[in-house]
Write a protein that binds this ligand. Structure first.
Ligand SMILES: O=C(O)C1=C[C@@H](OP(=O)(O)O)[C@@H](O)[C@H](O)C1
Ligand SMILES: C=C(OP(=O)(O)O)C(=O)O
Length: 449
């Protein structure tokens, strides 16, 4: 893969390290033994913000994530005329009942896949308005076609203004009829979540079928759980491929959001790599977030994990265990974390079933294979995954982070074992965790910015 120039105008006022060219990382002087309260869940934050804006009545959301993705979500709603107030990590939102006060304009949503997939249906469901929805360069390459096709089948009027199947799109609000609709989930579960969030605002009952084998089912469970918190019940089968939603209105709520399980895993992985101990003080096994499943993978690699009523913690082993093949299809955001741990295991690790992550913030399979190869690690790249062989990475030239927060956060973990690891554009972590390098520094990782 060629070098990816960061698109810094998609960073928000909530971003950190905005114009820092590089970060240099060195291992901690002793194994970490610490605790951290991890920032809020991106997935719950953006779902809750949007559902609160659609709701009747007001909502207060506590412990939101303050990052680029949530900033662009709030900003888009403000452009739409939604009245909202942010104070620290709390946001108050006056619901619109589904009619957007500002009926025209351009909405810029940075690099946020969740907004690209959740907002079109919520806009199309209103009875008036015409908006252009635009994202950054990478978001404009990421797929939206199955979602737009399904929404147009439900009576929406959404058109591509540049390339077919991609942002930007023009949305003419004229209401959603409802009815029977089929959607693909093979490249993203977010298409289905976006349809589900909008469906209660259709004029008639909506019946959704998933046409193929969906990825990351748990995110759909999170969507349904949150819709229920706001008073809308989704009927569905156990396989999550058939859903019925009756016309209904969300009712404003006060919701305390969970910590981000995906972000938590980087801190746990840091303990796993260094033989240290890290406790996450604000996430428990009660979460529906799929990346909590990484705890089992850490255990399989020889870590000791404990989960109690308040938090989770991990103790790293003397030597990480490899020698297994694992499907990461249902928690694929953790593919990169596992790939960064893998060189330090005692035998190769093969990750399968994640072809869809080639359409995430970058082609993640190719980017990780390229980065590990540059560090002197033997890897085999396959269409749907990779194999990483044991080896000691050698820090050399600064590594690209591909304008991808998870590439940066995962590669940084390698610096907990390898002195002088340099990463370009550390600020890209701001998509979901602007405080990442500062948090890691507090836990003993030597970070030179
Ligand atoms: O619904 C969500 O909040 C998400 C769904 C997943 O995306 P895909 O289903 O597109 O892989 C996940 O990777 C992303 O970080 C968040
Ligand atoms: C795939 C991701 O994000 P998005 O919400 O943009 O799809 C991610 O955070 O790893």
């Amino acid at each position: 893969m060629g070098r990816v120039e960061p698109e810094r105008n998609s960073r928000s006022p909530w971003a950190a390290l905005y114009d820092r060219e590089e970060v240099e990382i060195h291992p901690p002087t002793k194994p970490p033994d610490g605790a951290i309260a991890v920032p809020g869940s991106k997935s719950y934050t953006n779902r809750a913000i949007l559902i609160s804006a659609l709701a009747e009545g007001s909502s207060i959301l506590g412990d939101i994530l303050r990052s680029d993705d949530s900033y662009w979500c709030l900003n888009a709603l403000q452009q739409l005329g939604v009245s909202l107030q942010v104070e620290g990590n709390t946001v108050s939102i006056e619901g619109t009942g589904g009619e957007w006060p500002n009926p025209a304009g351009s909405l810029y949503i940075g690099a946020a896949g969740t907004i690209a997939r959740f907002l079109p249906g919520a806009l199309a469901a209103g009875s008036r308005g015409s908006w252009l929805l635009e994202g950054n360069r990478r978001l404009s390459e990421r797929p939206v076609r199955p979602l737009i096709k399904a929404l147009n089948t439900m009576g929406a009027d959404i058109r591509y203004t540049a390339d077919i199947g991609q942002l930007p799109i023009r949305i003419e609000a004229r209401g959603l009829a409802g009815g029977k609709v089929t959607v693909s989930g093979a490249v993203s579960s977010q298409f289905l979540s976006g349809l589900l969030i909008a469906s209660p605002y259709a004029k008639q009952r909506t019946e959704i079928r998933v046409a193929d084998k969906m990825v990351q089912h748990a995110y759909v469970g999170m969507t349904i759980e949150l819709m229920k918190r706001y008073g809308v019940v989704v009927e569905h089968n156990e396989a999550y491929d058939h859903f019925i939603i009756e016309p209904e209105r969300y009712q404003g709520q006060n919701v305390q959001l969970e910590a981000d399980a995906s972000t938590s895993c980087y801190f746990l992985a840091y303990a796993a790599l260094t033989g240290g101990h890290i406790r996450i003080t604000n996430l428990t096994a009660a979460t529906l977030q799929p990346d909590f499943g990484m705890l089992k993978v850490f255990e399989r690699m020889g870590c000791k994990v404990n989960s109690d009523a308040e938090g989770i913690e991990l103790w790293g082993p003397e030597m990480l265990q490899g020698g297994f093949t694992i499907s990461m299809r249902e928690m694929s955001d953790q593919t990169l974390t596992l790939a960064a741990l893998a060189p330090f295991a005692d035998a190769p690790i093969t990750i399968t079933d994640v072809e869809h992550i080639r359409t995430h913030e970058c082609d993640r399979i190719s980017a990780m294979c390229d980065s590990l190869t540059r560090l002197g690690i033997q890897v085999e790249e396959r269409r749907d995954g990779l194999t990483v062989h044991p080896g000691m990475p050698a820090a050399g030239e600064a590594l690209d982070t591909y304008d991808d927060h998870r590439m940066a956060m995962s590669l940084a973990l390698i610096g907990s074992r390898v002195g002088g690891l340099r990463l370009r554009d550390p600020g890209c972590v701001s998509k979901t965790c602007p405080s990442y390098f500062e948090d890691m520094r507090k836990l003993g990782l030597q970070v030179i910015i």
